[in-house]
Design a protein. Sequence first.
Length: 320
Amino acid sequence: MFTLKRGIAAHQPTVISLGQVWVDIMLNVDAVPAQGGFAVADHPKTAIGGSYRVLEAASRMGVPAEHAGILGNGLWAQYIRQSYSDNGITHTGQDRIDEDSGFRVVLNSGDPKNTFIASYGAEAHGEFDAFSFLEPQAGDVVHISGNTLMDHTAAGVDGFLQRVGTDPDSRNYAIVVNPTNTLKLVNDHMVEDLVLARPIWSCNRQEATTLAKRLGAPIDDSKVTIGGGLDDFMHELCEGLGSTLRAPLLVRVGSRGAWMREPGGETQHIEGFPTKAVHTRSAGGCHTGVLCAMLAKGHSLGEATKFANAAASIAIRHSV
């Protein structure tokens, strides 16, 4: 494997993602076929998935964006590299010459949840030294996504976490963890090491609830109904989970914005920007990318969240 070392010239704070990047092949079907069945797909299209949207959002905010994850060698990897070139994203991670990057087939039948078929590639086949070259500099923001915590490359993330220590005040850079909805599949050892590193946690409500239950944080979601109870629950969730993590916590709730809690502080609600959605794709990657970018620019977590809320609303409105 090969890596591109970062230069030592005058440094501009950078968003660095350890997340996996792959290609999504999106197909619209009338219904997901049963075993042995047949379906015709309308308007097939490809897009880059995984942590790409985090990097794209950070780059659009004028902050250097680097992908420290693994890329392969082949058709899909070339598609990803071209998109990096077109959008000002630098790949500094390892290059595997023996296999291509992976892809996902995404079936959308109009149901609220899509159906996924994954073919893992180079991005999932890292080893313990996958991120050994990484040396974040002052002001950088290192992004870790849940999609990198389930396969062989997770060993590389664990290796990085063991180097960063457990005291965030001793680091001159920030770590942002976006656990994604795969958190329930991550092994206990990896979850423990993530918690010990005390990063900034950026989750949606489902992810935060899953994490809270897994860590035994004191929460009660029985009062949350369609008609109300959300505000009280979000305060309870952030207080319980935030005190358990002993780390900054941000929980996104769509058009309602986000609830935030920092160690020793009170839970705050940072209002969102309600908008009409024109597509069903999550804006979570955009939100996380802008959050990381604003932190790299020196904004506080609260200020960065306001920018991220606005960006997510625009992304939903304009399907970007």
